[in-house]
Design a protein around this ligand. Structure first.
Ligand code: HEC
Length: 468
């Protein structure tokens, strides 16, 4: 028996007993005692050892943990959720072709499915381990025995809980007494007061108060007013010796930071700005217009019918040429009316490919403005959605090629410009294709070349006759 003497009472009642604990000097004695206890039918038992003892689970009759099974279930749940999510998103809710892949579950779904499986498994392992071990547990009645401290050092302990359904105080004492123990003690309820000691309370209070300080500083900064310069913690490259556009400088005699172009030089890409192939209109005619007396160049707002009052001696309203935001509809520029590229099969094919790549998402494959993006916006009932214009309404169908080229290059309204995605030749090819699309809506049998006519008429005949 040990020398530790628990208090005789807690309040007015005697302290509760939680079971018996025996101490052993090595793991062999512990294992032997554990087998004895197990063979007597006790199951609510536990062993405490300074190092893992092989065979202790079996000696105590502890069943293998359920954790792997829980992890398997959660992992499968994660896998199914990931597959379900991807199937529903791309296969049902938003059927949109991405990189030409089929809808729903594809090999591309594997990474997400894999990640979700791992995520769910990892969390269930961590949380399941904590739950199965009934953690966190801040105290255990065995701690009341000062000898128990050596469980982390060089002693082995075996504990039989009073909650065991066969527990009987005297017979358990007798059973453990018959093993090669160093000491045998009843595990007694901890009689020390369970209120948190004052210093801990005070520390916690201080930590909470200190935690409020950053929030109060931020609140003060947001609502207060200060004339001191901003407190700069990280300088990064916020302050650099440099000049910004439109600032003045003392370096140059004219005081301008932005330097004018050197006489007789051409800047990169500058030639493009003077070439109708890149503009869609003839810049020479435009400058002739600009120089006419009484003509002012101004950017107009979207105005479907550009005014042309110059003939009456008024002001001719012509939008500035390089204003990207100026809607093509409102522009009355000297548009090119003939294609600067050849209308051959190769260019038509190129235009078709590019149109289907860049335009069909909004304008639809036939150019009616019924592309997938538009349908999706309609399905969502988005009030701010501007429908893509149909290529077949009169206003667009009657546009000269140069104007359509300009729309593709600069964009219009909600539609972005495509100068960065396609070079000028490709954009012209798209214009060719758009013109062909428009023309195809108004075709009559007169448009079919005489030599092609028989083969087309054949199609309307039953196949057997056509074969001849
Ligand atoms: C992101 C969707 C979207 C894509 C992609 C798109 N457009 Fe548009 N397009 C629009 C919208 C929206 C309008 C109407 C813009 C407005 O009037 O504000 C429009 C208008 C037009 C017009 C009519 C301009 C006018 O004079 O009113 C033409 C022509 C046109 N697009 C051609 C094209 C071509 C060719 C492509 C492919 C290079 C293309 N669009 C790609 C959305 C798109």
């Amino acid at each position: 028996m040990s020398d530790h003497k628990p208090k005789k009472t807690i309040g007015n009642r005697p302290p509760r007993a939680f079971g018996w604990m025996a101490e052993y000097s090595n793991e062999h004695k512990l294992l032997e005692a554990a087998r004895k206890v197990r063979d007597s039918g006790y199951t609510d038992t536990d062993a405490f050892t300074p190092f893992p003892v092989h065979g202790i689970d079996e000696a105590l009759g502890i069943k293998p943990t359920k954790l792997p099974f829980i992890v398997l279930c959660c992992g499968l749940t994660g896998l199914s959720l990931a597959l379900l999510m991807q199937w529903w998103m791309n296969g049902v809710d938003y059927m949109y072709i991405i990189s030409g892949k089929p809808m729903g579950i594809t090999p591309a779904s594997i990474p997400v499915a894999f990640e979700m499986t791992i995520l769910f498994s990892a969390f269930s392992t961590f949380l399941g381990m904590i739950a199965l071990n009934q953690l966190p547990k801040f105290s255990n009645p065995v701690f009341t025995n000062p000898r128990f401290d050596r469980a982390t050092d060089d002693k082995f302990f075996l504990y039989v809980s009073a909650k065991d359904k066969y527990y009987n105080r005297d017979s358990v004492r007798e059973l453990l007494g018959g093993t090669q123990h160093d000491s045998l003690d009843e595990v007694i309820e901890d009689s020390t007061p369970d209120a948190l000691p004052r210093p801990i309370w005070l520390t916690a209070l201080l930590v909470v108060l200190a935690g409020l300080i950053p929030a109060m500083i931020i609140l003060n900064m947001r609502n207060g007013f200060s004339t001191a310069p901003r407190f700069h913690v990280f300088f990064d490259m916020d302050f650099q010796p440099k000049k910004k556009a439109q600032q003045t400088t003392t370096i140059f005699a004219d005081g301008r930071t932005m330097r004018p172009q050197v006489e007789g030089t051409v800047a990169r890409g500058q030639l493009d700005e003077q070439d109708s192939f890149y503009l869609g209109y003839d810049p020479n005619k435009l400058s002739a217009l600009e120089n006419t007396d009484g003509v002012r160049l101004v950017a107009t707002q979207a105005d479907p019918k550009p005014q042309d009052t110059a003939k009456d001696g008024g002001t001719k309203v012509i939008p500035a040429a390089n204003t990207p935001a100026a809607p093509a509809a409102a522009l009355n520029l000297p548009w090119l009316t003939t294609l600067p590229i050849e209308a051959n099969d190769e260019n038509m094919k190129l235009g078709e490919t590019k149109f289907q790549t860049y335009c069909s998402a909004c304008h639809g494959y036939s150019g009616y403005g019924d592309g997938l993006v538009h349908k999706r916006a309609e399905a969502l009932g988005q009030g701010f959605w501007i429908p893509p214009t149909s290529m077949h309404i009169d206003r667009v169908a009657s546009q000269p090629v140069g104007q359509i080229f300009h729309t593709i290059t600069k964009g219009q309204g909600k539609m972005p410009g495509y100068a960065a995605s396609m070079n000028a030749k490709e954009r012209w090819a798209v214009v060719l294709y758009v013109k062909a699309l428009q023309r195809s809506r108004n075709a009559s049998d007169k448009d079919i070349p005489e030599d092609k006519k028989p083969s087309i008429e054949d199609l309307t005949q039953p196949k057997t006759e056509a074969k001849k």
